[in-house]
Design a protein around this ligand. Structure first.
Ligand code: THU
Length: 141
């Protein structure tokens, strides 16, 4: 799957966001090594703290729906967001989502941060760039 196709899926997923409180819709599309893609959107809550981000929705779907016992290898994620679903600039992953990526992804995992939709524009970052000196499962024996 091309980066452009993955970004299109993130833009589509953004439309499914449930964001009545912030008004900011976020979409994510997560590519696995076997070619499967899991999408996610943010899902807010009137009690605020139960809100889940688009990126974590995508990761948790991929993990909970996997067919193998072993975890899938994650290749990259495309992320977009904006007020009322309009992409006017980057909507980068929050710290909690970066930490979730850190649990399941290697140093070569890429984050495509969509900065414009029409025409499509995005910048590519690796996980260590987004989260230097990241805490991984390797630190726990
Ligand atoms: N949000 C995400 O979905 N992903 C992020 O990484 C940043 C924040 C959502 C949470 C909330 O519904 C809205 O954006 C505003 O913070």
């Amino acid at each position: 799957m091309t980066n452009e196709a993955l970004c299109s899926l993130a833009l589509e997923a953004m439309e499914k966001a449930y964001a009545p409180y912030s008004g900011y819709k976020v979409g994510a599309a997560l590519l696995l090594e076997d070619g499967k893609v899991y999408t996610g959107c943010n899902i807010e809550n009137s009690s605020f703290t139960p809100t889940v981000c688009a990126e974590r929705t995508a990761f948790f779907k991929a993990i909970s729906e996997r067919e193998e016992e072993s975890l899938p290898r994650f290749i990259r994620i495309a992320v977009c967001g904006g007020e009322n679903g309009k992409v006017t600039g980057p909507f980068p992953p929050c710290g909690v989502c970066r930490q979730v990526m850190s649990e399941f992804c290697g140093d070569d995992f890429e984050i495509l941060i969509i900065t414009g939709a029409e025409p499509l524009e995005y910048r590519t970052m690796t996980l260590p760039e987004l989260l230097p000196l990241r805490f991984t499962p390797d630190f726990l024996n």
